[in-house]
Design a binder for this molecule. Structure first.
Ligand SMILES: C[S@@+](CC[C@H](N)C(=O)[O-])C[C@H]1O[C@@H](n2cnc3c(N)ncnc32)[C@H](O)[C@@H]1O
Length: 313
């Protein structure tokens, strides 16, 4: 009955709304509605800072008893299972009723449950008069350990923005080979590494490179870091991220911004650029065209960051 294979539950702070929508457009080709995304794309929910869970749909029915009947007919037999009630947007079911529905569902499955260390987590939930049953995969929060990375500096990007940049640049495809062209202390690289991406970093400043290497080693990640001006790199990548240096108001810095963008565009056909100032002319003059963009306000800071998704012309 259901036309999509997965329901993704999305959550974001209000200051990240535009970033979350940009990520959704780039990965799923559409924006979330009611904090939900119905899709046929199978994505690891831990790739995104905003996806709380992936609900892989097995059965659906227009009424609850019809769903239970279908679960029974499926003859599921599995030891170590758990069932959760997934509250989807607009579901008015009260807590006590949800608990009793969980029990009903559990009795439709053969095998011994395990609530603390389940081998599989099933879920039920309802959205707009349809009841769903399926397998729930939750977002893993282990990336939050990066908050305690040994080296940081004031120009480092927020972890949640860094994580979203990896998803946006790769479109969620973990086979994409990536470059962090101005890696600083490696905030973006840490998020790419924990999500299993193949990423390399580059920074002109040796202290930044040393900090990135220290941070990567601290979490046992292996990734190459080049102490170099990005213009001197020769490797090719599927996609690149540039978190541009700040204070780009003088003409000489203008030249260095253009150098970074133009050089990176030669290394990757898709480039995601972060800047606090307008750089549209540089993007155009580098042979790139903007395919999508958004603005993110950094929590607690006065300036906003612009994010441009660019493709080679
Ligand atoms: C805004 S910081 C990047 C911060 C980084 N995303 C992080 O979270 O740590 C910009 C970085 O670009 C580096 N940079 C400036 N010019 C460069 C160039 N031509 N090639 C490579 N890196 C460059 C600077 O040394 C600085 O570390």
């Amino acid at each position: 009955m259901h036309t999509h294979s997965y329901i993704y539950s999305i959550n974001y702070d209000i200051h990240n709304e535009e970033l979350c929508k940009l990520e959704s457009r780039q990965i799923f080709g559409e924006e979330e509605q009611d904090n939900l995304l119905f899709s046929n794309l199978k994505l690891n929910p831990s790739i995104s800072p905003f996806i709380r869970s992936r609900f892989e749909l097995i059965l659906s029915a227009t009424d609850y008893s019809g769903l239970l009947e279908k679960i029974k007919q499926k003859n599921i037999h599995v030891d170590g299972f758990k069932v959760e009630y997934l509250v989807l947007s607009g579901d008015p079911t009260k807590y006590a009723d949800r608990l009793s529905k969980l029990k009903d569902t559990g009795y439709c499955i053969e095998g011994d449950p395990d609530y603390t260390n389940p081998s599989i987590t099933y879920a039920i939930g309802q959205y707009k008069n349809t009841w769903y049953f399926g397998v729930l995969t939750k977002h893993q929060t282990d990336w939050l350990a990066h908050k305690k990375k040994p080296c940081s500096f004031s120009s480092a990007i927020n972890m949640d923005i860094a994580k979203a940049l990896v998803g946006i640049a790769s479109k969620g495809d973990q086979n994409q080979r990536m470059l962090d062209a101005c890696c600083g202390v490696g905030t973006v690289m840490l998020e790419a590494c924990i999500a299993g991406f193949d990423i390399e970093g580059c920074d002109i400043n040796w202290k930044a490179c040393r900090s990135t290497r220290t941070n990567l080693a601290h979490y046992n990640y292996t990734a190459k870091v080049y102490r170099s001006d990005v213009k001197d790199l020769t490797q090719q990548y599927d996609t690149a991220i540039i978190d541009l240096p700040y204070n780009l108001y003088t003409s000489s810095n203008d030249a260095s911004t253009f150098n970074i963008i133009e050089s990176t565009a030669k290394l990757a056909p898709r480039v995601v650029i972060v800047s606090t100032v307008g750089i549209e002319t540089h993007i155009r003059n580098s042979g790139l065209k903007v395919s999508d963009s958004c603005t993110v306000e950094k929590k607690g800071k006065k300036f906003a960051r612009n994010i441009w998704v660019c493709e080679r012309m």
